[in-house]
Design a protein around this ligand. Structure first.
Ligand code: FES
Length: 279
C-alpha cells in the first residue's frame, strides 16, 4: 500500500497528492508517469509525475476528477493509502541546452510541464512558458511556473484572468518575433497539443507533445496505448509519452481515445449510484 502524505485541493476539481513511494522517487525524471490503482478492484490509470523528493521518498501527482477512478481517488484524505503505484514509467523528456525553449501547458498539465521547464532552465535554456486555462478559477501554480521560467504568459479562454484567448496565439507571436526558438514542448488536452503542433509547423520548430492514449499495463505488453508516429506504430508507454507533434496521427489518437467512452460513462454512473446510496 502507498500512503498519501499530503493532499491539496488546487482548484475545486483538481487535486495534488504527495505519495510515499521511495523506489519510484529514487529514479523519477521529468516527463515520466506512474500507473496507479486506487484499490484491489480498481482500474489502472496513468498519471504524470509532477514532482518528486528523493530524500523524503515521495512522488507528487496532480489529477483532475474526470471519471470513476479519479473521483474515487479524490475522496481519499492524507493518511489513507492506495493499492498500487507503479513507476517511473515511460521515457524521460529529452533535456539539453537547446537555447530558447517554449513550454506550453493547457489546463492541469501545468503540473506536468513544471519539472520539464525546471530541468530545461537548469540546463541553461532560456525558458518561455505559456499556461492556459478555460477560466480564472482553473488557474494554479502560476507563481511556481514563473519561478522556473524567464518569461511567463497566462491566458484564459474567457478572458476572466490575464490575456484572453488560446495558448496558440502567444505561441505564434513568439515564433514570429524570435527566430531563435529551438524547441517547443506542448502538454495538455490532445486537441490543444495538435493545434500547438500546427502552429509551430510553418516555422519548422521541433515540437514535443506528451501523448495520453488509453493505457492498461504501462509496460508495452497490452498494446492499448498504440499511436502512429510518422506512419510507424509506437506504444506511448514505452516509446513515449513524448513524441514529435508534427509526426503524430492525431485523428487516430482521437478515435482511440473515444473507444471506451460509453463504458466509462456507464462505470461512472454506476459508481455515482453506489456512492449516493452509501452516503
Ligand atoms: S499501456 Fe499497454 S502497451 Fe502501453
Amino acid at each position: 500500500m502507498y500512503k498519501i502524505l499530503l493532499r491539496q485541493d488546487l482548484v475545486p476539481n483538481i487535486h495534488l497528492f504527495k505519495i510515499a513511494a521511495p523506489n519510484v522517487a529514487k529514479k523519477a525524471q521529468a516527463g515520466q508517469f506512474v500507473v496507479i490503482r486506487v484499490d484491489e478492484k480498481g482500474e489502472r490509470i496513468p498519471l504524470t509525475i509532477a514532482d518528486w523528493d528523493r530524500e523524503e521518498g515521495s512522488i507528487t501527482i496532480v489529477f483532475m476528477e474526470v471519471g470513476t477512478t479519479t473521483h474515487k481517488l479524490a475522496m481519499l484524505e492524507a493518511g489513507s493509502s492506495i493499492a498500487d503505484f507503479i513507476g517511473p514509467l515511460g521515457l524521460p523528456t529529452h533535456i539539453e541546452n537547446f537555447g530558447t525553449v517554449i513550454c506550453v501547458a493547457g489546463g492541469f498539465a501545468v503540473a506536468t510541464i513544471m519539472p520539464i521547464a525546471r530541468a530545461m532552465r537548469m540546463k541553461g535554456n532560456r525558458v518561455i512558458s505559456i499556461m492556459g486555462a478555460r477560466n480564472k478559477d482553473l488557474i494554479f501554480w502560476e507563481d511556481e511556473l514563473r519561478a522556473v521560467s524567464d518569461q511567463l504568459i497566462v491566458t484564459t479562454d474567457d478572458g476572466s484572468y490575464a490575456r484572453k484567448g488560446l495558448v496558440t496565439e502567444p505561441l505564434k507571436e513568439l515564433l514570429e518575433a524570435d527566430e531563435k526558438v529551438a524547441r517547443v514542448i506542448a502538454i495538455g488536452p490532445s486537441i490543444m497539443m495538435k493545434y500547438c503542433a500546427k502552429t509551430t509547423q510553418p516555422f519548422g520548430v521541433k515540437t514535443i507533445v506528451s501523448l495520453n492514449p488509453i493505457m492498461v499495463d504501462g509496460t508495452g505488453m497490452c498494446g492499448c496505448c498504440r499511436v502512429s508516429i510518422d506512419g510507424a506504430t509506437k506504444f506511448a508507454c514505452v516509446d513515449g509519452p513524448d513524441f514529435d507533434g508534427h509526426q503524430v496521427d492525431w485523428d487516430l489518437l482521437f478515435a482511440r481515445q473515444r473507444i471506451y467512452l460509453d463504458e466509462e460513462k456507464r462505470s461512472f454512473e454506476q459508481w455515482q449510484c453506489q456512492h449516493d446510496a452509501r452516503s
